[in-house]
Write a protein that binds this ligand. Structure first.
Ligand code: ATP
Ligand code: MG
Length: 581
């Protein structure tokens, strides 16, 4: 039996809900099939690509000194309670009970499990550094699974974890992993960019994401075209604003009937939006911190926090929800609660005299003679000034806005612009956020007990398949780069069922290519040539060798290279040499 295209179920029509090109093409070319929302089966063609990516990842990681392990998908609650994440994780973590009524989860990530292995097995600095990785299924009950395997609920991740006795050792490994990720993505022929990133649920101080650049990417990357700076919008910061000018205008109240949006107020008062400050009210952190043995308790009257921004700037949720006293995840306050606390509706609120703890964005703190709500319906202040009209402490001044195109990069490397990216990798400087609570310890050179410093390194294997297709397709199908292609050669045998000459030539070529270790797929279906060619375009294997009676008679075999769309004809005996060479 030969590897036949009969087992690759291609589709002529795109499923209606497949909203990005890679998802459409993965379904049509028969790489995947959906089982339920966010759950996919991988068919032969798709699985071969996964295996290619895994091989590249393994080769590069092993060359960097990482060692492979395999941890269970099902994890006991006790480990997650030790780090406090059992209660922090929220509904993204799928929880369940076993027959003894014990709590478990499907692992969304594996920091707790690896740290548990570490603390049991490794006790001396002499065993450090160590760097373990696995390629394993993860489950995250994503609120909005979409774009097929790009944001699935079950997916394959390469996750790695390193442990170090001191910071210098950690820094060296982090850099090594950073470089290793670059080599992996280069070998996959991807156009990518490494950017500074937020650390999210995983925690720790700093992190970098690796983004495959694509219009369909869910993430926005701010970068300086003329310099080095690049960061996910979630994290990106602009350079500090210039010092605030001295007050020139007198404070006055002005009537602004029915003007509630910044746009309306700015137009009505003929002041640029950048000099109108807006005040958003969000929920404060609950005083009773969630504890693992106790559900979060509702307080009688909710705490509120005010956030002041320039009218032309947007609040950055990720930055805001990290501030002390602010609910995480960030939640906007109800209109009713706002009215109870301030006596007026959200559209008229301003920082002057506001009796709510207030954070002021750096750029809003740098504005003089501003317009803002007067905490009275239909009234605004103009000529308002910090310090003179409202005290402003250093601690209240924070960076809580999204950067915008044209902002200066914080490192002086030029003005920021935006690109869209697909996050395929994320590496984290964890410090001791897991080793400390889980009491992992090693003895250092002087016999002292120290807490190891950790790093963690994630890469989305199944998401990478989609990302590669996003960067490598045209209107008729996928265009696999050779290093990641499911097969190298596609033999399209015309009239295979009826013509002995075609069947013999195709089978012989297939066997010879296999002997030479080239991966080859044979189209031996009883389909019309047009159908076969369309499917070959769709599947996108790098080399298409067409064998038909007419060509055989003249000993002119057609070799089409999908990437360059170039065709050459050559004698059958030459085909093998051409493909091997
Ligand atoms: P995202 O921001 O896209 O939700 P994340 O930051 O939560 O991802 P990490 O915890 O950093 O993800 O996971 C490491 C890698 O795993 C990501 O860079 C991504 O490539 C992959 N990944 C994460 N979530 C998914 C998912 N739902 N489906 C497929 N791959 C995923
Ligand atoms: Mg991430």
């Amino acid at each position: 039996m030969r590897q036949s295209q009969r087992l690759i179920p291609t589709l002529k029509e795109s499923p209606a809900d497949a909203d990005v090109a890679s998802h459409r093409l993965m379904l049509r070319a028969g790489l995947i099939r959906q089982v339920a929302s966010g759950l996919y089966s991988w068919l032969p063609l798709g699985l071969r690509v996964i295996r290619k990516l895994e091989t590249i990842i393994r080769e590069e990681l092993e060359a960097s000194g990482a060692q492979e392990v395999l941890m269970p998908i099902v994890q006991p609650a006790e480990l997650w309670q030790e780090t406090g994440r059992w209660s922090k994780m929220g509904p993204e973590m799928l929880r369940m009970k076993d027959r003894h009524d014990r709590d478990f989860c499907l692992g969304p990530t594996h920091e707790e499990v690896i740290t548990d292995i570490f603390r049991r097995e490794i006790h001396s600095y002499r065993q450090l550094p160590c760097n373990f990785y696995q390629i394993q299924t993860k489950f995250r009950d994503e609120i909005r699974p979409r774009f097929g395997v790009m944001r699935a609920r079950e997916f394959t991740m390469k996750d790695g974890y390193s442990f170090h006795a001191d910071q210098a050792c950690f820094d060296a490994t982090y850099q090594e992993m950073y470089d290793c990720y670059g080599r992996i993505l280069q070998r996959m022929a991807l156009n990518f960019r490494a950017v500074e990133a937020d650390t999210g649920n995983i925690g720790g101080a700093n992190s970098h994401e690796f983004h495959v650049l694509a219009e369909s990417g869910e993430d926005l990357i701010a970068y300086a075209p003329s310099g080095d700076y690049a960061a996910n919008l979630e994290k990106a910061a602009a350079a500090s604003p210039a010092e605030r000018q001295a007050a020139r205008e007198a404070l006055e109240k002005v009537a602004t009937p029915n003007q509630t949006s910044i746009e309306d107020v700015a137009a009505y008062l003929k002041v640029p939006e950048s000099r109108c400050l807006k005040t958003l009210i969000v929920q404060g952190a609950s005083e009773l911190e969630a504890r693992d043995d106790q559900p979060v308790q509702e307080e009688a009257s909710p705490r509120l926090v005010a956030m002041v921004l320039r009218g032309d700037h947007e609040l950055n949720l990720i930055k805001a929800q990290k501030l002390p006293g602010v609910a995480n995840p960030l939640r906007l306050a109800d209109d009713g609660d706002i009215q109870a606390a301030t006596g007026c509706k959200p559209g008229s609120i301003g920082p002057l005299g506001l009796q709510i703890p207030t954070y002021v964005d750096r750029d809003a703190a740098a504005v003089a003679d501003f317009v803002c709500g007067a905490n009275e319906e239909g009234v605004h202040y103009r000529g308002a000034n910090w310090v003179r009209d409202q005290p402003l402490t250093e601690a209240a001044i924070v960076d809580i806005r999204n950067v915008v195109s044209g902002d200066a990069a914080p490192d002086g490397s030029g003005d920021l612009q935006f690109l869209r990216g697909i996050e395929v990798g994320h590496i984290f400087q964890l410090g001791t956020v897991y080793s400390e609570p889980m009491q992992a310890k090693v003895l250092d050179e002087n016999g002292r007990s120290v807490t190891p410093i950790m790093g963690c390194y994630g890469m989305g294997v199944t998401r990478l398949v989609a990302a590669i297709i996003e960067q490598n397709h045209d209107e008729v199908g996928i265009i696999w780069p050779e290093p990641v292609a499911p097969y190298l050669v596609h033999i399209v045998a015309l009239n295979y069922g009826k013509s002995d000459a075609v069947r013999q030539a195709a089978d012989r070529l297939y066997d010879v290519l296999r002997e030479r270790n080239l991966e080859v797929l044979l189209d031996d279906r009883d389909e019309r040539p047009g159908v076969k060619f369309a499917d070959a375009d769709l599947i996108g294997i790098p080399h298409r060798i067409t064998i038909g009676d007419r060509g055989l008679k003249e000993d002119k075999i057609e070799n089409l290279t999908r990437m360059s769309d170039k065709t050459e004809t050559l004698p059958l005996d030459e085909v093998v040499n051409r493909l091997v060479g």
